[in-house]
Every structure is written in C-alpha cells, then in structure tokens.
Design a protein around this ligand. Structure first.
Ligand SMILES: Nc1ncnc2c1ncn2[C@@H]1O[C@H](COP(=O)(O)OP(=O)(O)OP(=O)(O)O)[C@@H](O)[C@H]1O
Ligand SMILES: [Mg+2]
Length: 577
C-alpha cells in the first residue's frame, strides 16, 4: 500500500472517531507554536527601546508580556502533548482490539503458516512502534508547523532579502532528504521483520524448552538466537542512521543560511540601513526557526517508520478467512442425521491427504476410525467441523451440506476431544467450563466427577480451582486428557468426536473413563479414533483408512476374518503386547 492509502485508511477506520479531541489539540498546538513568532518579535522593541534607546519605562510592560507569553506557551504545550499521546494510545489500542478480533476469525491454516511469535510481535510491537512514532510526529507536526509559519512571518516582515538568504541552501539538501526518506521506510520495514523473527525464536525456545534440555540444544538455540538478534541489529542500525541523517541535513541548511545573513546583514547595520533591534529580532527568529525545522525533518522520518508499521498491521487485516458462515443463514441447531463424507479430496499445498474418501457415520451409533499413523483420521475430524474445506466432494449431516449451515451452529453440533488436549492458563474448573460457558458449578463438578478429574483434583490444594498452568503444564498428560473429556461431557453436543481420548491414561483410569465415555456416547452419534483395539472392538461400525481412502469397513470379527489391513494392524498390536 502507498503512504496515501495507508493514511487514508488509518484515518477512516481508527482516527476519525477521535476528531474532536484532535481539534482541541490542534488549537493548543496553534497557541504553543504561534507564541514562538510573537516572542521573537518582542526582541525588536526590547533592543530598540530598552537597550539602545534606554527607555526604562518600557521594561515592565515588555517583561510582563514576555512572561505571560511563556506561561501560555507552557500550558498549551502541556495540554496538546497530553491529548496527542492519549489519542495515540486510543488509536493503537483500538487497532489492537480490532486486530485480535480479526485474527480470531481467521482459518486455522493461517496460524499453521504464520508462527505465533511473529503475530504477537505485530499485534504488540508494531502497534507500539506506531503509537510512539505517530504521537511524536503529530505532536511536532502541529506545533512546529505553526511555529515555523509564525517565525517565517517575522523574518519576512523584517527583511525579505535576508529571509531568502536563510534558505539559500535548500537546493543542496533536497535530494539527500528525498533519498533518506526512501531508505528509512525500507530499512524500518526490515527492522520490524527482524523484530518479529526475534519473537518467533523466543516463542519456539520457551515452548520447546523440554526438547532443548533433553537434546542439549542450549548452545545451538543460543547461536540461532544470536544470529537473529544480529540481523535485527543490522537492520535497526540502518534505519536509525537514516533517521539521524535528516536533522543533519537541516543543520547544513542552517550553516549556509547563517553565513549569508551574517555577511549581508553585518554590512547593512554597519552602514546604518538597519537597526540592531531588527537584526537581533531576525536572528532570534532564525535561530528559533531551525529548531522546529529540525524536528519537522525528523517527523518525516517518524512518519516513514509509522508507515512501515501501519503497512504490517493492515496487511494482517487484509488476510481474510476462507471458511466462513454462508451469508444470511441464521444460527439454528442442526437436525440429527447420518454424517456422510462423499468422495472428498483434500491436501496441503498439493500434497494429497484425503484421496476420494467416502464414509458414513450412522446417527446414534458408535463409528470407529482406524488406520496407520498419518492415514488421515484426524483430518476427517477437521473436515467435519469445517476447520478445513474439501477441495473436492462434500460432507453432509442428515442430507444437508455442512457448507450451507451456519458455522457456529455446525461447530456447536460437535463435542471434540482432540489428540492434544488444549488447556489454557486458567483454573481447572474454568478449563472444563470452556465446553459450555453458561454451565453452572454443579454441572461442571458433575462432569469433573464423571471424567475422573475429581480423582486428582481432590488432592490439589485448590481442588478444581487450582491453576492448570500455561497450556496445562501443571497437569500430567493423562490429567489433561481427563479435563478435555470433562469439557466434552459438559458440552453435551449431539455428535461426539473422540481422537485417541484415552491414549495417555493407565489401564485402570482408561477402563474407568471408557465406562464414562460409553455412557456419554449411548444414543449419541460418536466417532472415535483409537490405536488400541480394546477401545474400538465394541464399535457398531469400524472404518479402516489407508492413505486417505476407505479400504474396508465392518464389525471387529468380520474385519478380522477378512484378513485385510485391519487384521494386520490388529496382529501387530497383539504381537507387541
Ligand atoms: N497442517 C498440516 N500441514 C501439512 N500437512 C499436514 C498438516 N496436518 C496434517 N498433515 C498431513 O496430513 C496427513 C494426515 O494427518 P492426520 O493428522 O489426519 O493423520 P492421523 O491419521 O490422524 O495420524 P495419527 O494416528 O498419527 O494421529 C499426514 O501425512 C500429515 O503429515
Ligand atoms: Mg491423528
């Protein structure tokens, strides 16, 4: 996006609503900036009437005026700075909130492609960079532009020839300034990217700590991290060098201007054509003028940097979910019915995972999915819940294509215990309640009892209110699984999807939970994936998957008798045990 498009967009979507506060800030900036011109103009009567003419009666008036001007400038300056920073904060937090909402709407695929660390860096780091640079830019832009204009008026008023001389150096510095701008925008974007890489690395290190320690990868990871930080350092150094170069250009301009004015003005005063007061007033205005000019040149650097961050933020807004609710379809519970997968083809980036898969899960019955690791079993669950979209074929529930029903209602139709139980850094109780947010404590406790969560929660100091830890780290694998099962029990949805729900449990707990799951799946359409045949032998129907295709189906004994893939898988497990 070009700077113009970006500015237009940020104004329309996030800044325009703070218009009134910004207008007040603008008025205060005008006062703060305008005072500069007035103050420099006061130098003229000060010199000509007090210092040169010796008129002491003028002292009190001029002194009080100057004092009042300074106080007014201070008050207006405080007000505008506060309002601008406040608005900057409101704008960036607004962008952050919108962005989080937007990211939550995106497909799971998006998060498989974009690492979490990089996304965190965008939502936090880029928003913060934007806030700092934009506030600084805005604050200086208003006040210094007004200051500049008022001072220019003074220098032009006193002598326009001198005024022209001040800016004699402009042709020399224009080209370098334009080049510096380009450089800042490009290098800042690179620096922000490197910064995101740092976050990604840290995220991976902290999440992978166990694997790092056990494989003694400390030095390896440290080395990778150092490389990433060095890349950031290089990019950031280039960006900062560009920004530091802008004020230097203005100083060069000032040097040329001073030279001209001193030479010409000095001769005119010596010849008596100009008063000392005029020269001092002009000189004050000129000195004051280069301050705002320097800052303004910096502002353009700030703006380029802000643009780089804005660009990264808005590009996130531009990625849209592909799996969405069909427009105009209201949320309504799905009628019960058989679940059918009809000749579905699906793959990731050209690698096929499901190749013409067709299967039926009969309403109210237990259907088991078996197959080697990587056969596509979990992928089937993702297909049913529309976490992924088939590239060909379709899925129906009770004859209705799932792509035609409201997405919320579709997901509410399922309770899923997935292969890796996803827990949040909240209490165990709250983690169970995520299955149904409006469940009361009694219901949560009943589910916890049923899924044998109480068995271990009773021994914890806080009971059900003990924290589960980041991503459930305070609990064992089997305990996490039981919390996930309690969540599914509480959810009480028409269809149950169980992806190896008891894989992490010991034989006794597994038997206990198996009972609970059987009670839960009685009369409920259930799909269960399991490697252990103890779990699946009683299923109403067993579907055998191989390389994304259905290769056999039937009941346990039938399948064994046929001696196909099922019998092979069974024998291998049997031999192992
Ligand atoms: N996000 C992904 N990106 C690319 N490929 C993927 C992704 N998720 C799964 N796959 C691939 O899809 C195939 C099927 O995966 P799936 O998780 O469905 O297997 P599975 O039958 O559940 O295996 P397991 O019994 O080990 O859980 C695998 O070959 C896997 O590599
Ligand atoms: Mg799986």
């Amino acid at each position: 996006m070009t700077s113009r498009d970006l500015l237009h967009r940020v104004w329309r979507e996030h800044v325009a609503q703070h218009m009134r506060v910004l207008l007040v800030a603008l008025v205060l900036m005008t006062i703060e900036g305008g005072m500069l011109g007035v103050l420099s103009y006061m130098v003229r009567p000060m010199f000509d009437r007090i210092f040169v003419a010796g008129d002491t009666s003028a002292i009190a008036g001029i002194a009080i005026t100057v004092f009042v001007l300074f106080v007014a400038r201070a008050a207006a300056g405080f007000g505008q700075r506060y309002l601008v920073v406040l608005t900057g904060l409101r704008v960036t937090t607004g962008i952050q909130k919108d962005l989080a909402g937007h990211l939550l709407s995106l497909d799971t695929r998006f998060f498989q492609i974009n690492p979490p660390g990089g996304l965190i860096e965008r939502v936090r780091g880029d928003a913060q960079a934007l806030q700092q640079t934009a506030s600084a830019a805005l604050m200086n832009l208003g006040r210094d532009t007004i200051g500049l204009v008022s001072l220019l008026a003074v220098v032009l008023w006193i002598d326009w020839v001198w005024a022209l001389l001040v800016f004699a150096g402009i042709p020399v510095v224009v080209l370098p300034i334009v080049l510096l701008h380009r450089r800042i925008r490009a290098t800042t974007a690179a620096a922000r990217r490197s910064s995101a890489d740092i976050s990604t690395r840290l995220d991976e290190i902290f999440h992978g700590m166990l694997a790092i320690k056990l494989n003694r990868l400390e030095d390896h990871e440290h080395g990778r991290f150092d490389t990433t930080v060095d890349q950031f350092l290089r990019a950031e150094r280039r960006s900062q060098a560009g920004r530091a170069g802008l004020p230097a250009m203005i100083d060069l301009l000032a040097a040329i201007g001073f030279l001209g004015v001193l030479i010409v003005g000095g001769h005119e005063i010596a010849a008596g054509d100009k008063t000392v007061g005029e020269f001092m007033s002009f000189f004050t205005a000129m000195v004051l003028l280069f301050g705002p000019l320097r800052r303004l040149s910096n502002v353009s650097g700030h703006i380029q940097a802000a643009m780089a961050s804005l660009d990264r933020l808005y590009s996130l807004f531009d990625s849209t979910p592909e799996i969405v609710s069909p427009p105009g379809v209201a949320a309504a519970p799905l009628p019960p019915g058989d679940i059918r997968v009809e000749d579905v083809h699906f793959g990731y980036d050209g690698t096929p995972v499901l190749r013409g898969l067709s299967l039926t899960a009969v309403q109210g019955r237990v259907t088991a999915l078996v197959g080697a690791s990587g056969a596509g079993k979990s992928t089937v669950f993702n297909l049913l819940t529309r976490l992924i979209e088939p590239q060909q074929g379709r899925v129906t529930i009770g004859g209705t294509g799932i792509e035609t029903v409201n997405l919320q209602s579709l997901r509410e139709h399922f309770a899923m215990v997935s292969q890796d139980a996803a827990l949040f850094d909240e209490s165990i109780r709250q983690n169970i309640r995520l299955g149904r947010l409006d469940a009361d404590d009694a219901a949560v406790e009943a589910a916890a009892e049923e899924a044998k969560v109480m068995e271990f929660a009773r021994d914890l100091p806080g009971g059900l209110d003990s924290p589960a830890g980041p991503r459930g780290a305070n609990l064992s694998g089997g305990q996490r699984q039981r919390v996930a099962i309690a969540r599914a029990i509480l959810r009480d949805a028409p269809v149950l999807l169980l992806d190896e729900p008891t894989s992490a449990l010991d034989a006794r707990s597994e038997a206990l939970i198996q009972e609970a799951l059987e009670r839960l799946s009685a009369g409920r359409t259930t799909l269960v994936i399991a490697h252990r045949f103890a779990t699946i032998r009683d299923a109403d129907l067993i579907l055998v998957l191989d390389k994304g295709k259905l290769v056999d189906q039937g009941r346990h004994d039938e399948l064994l008798a046929r001696g196909g893939l099922y019998a092979q898988l069974y024998e291998m497990q049997f031999a192992k045990n």
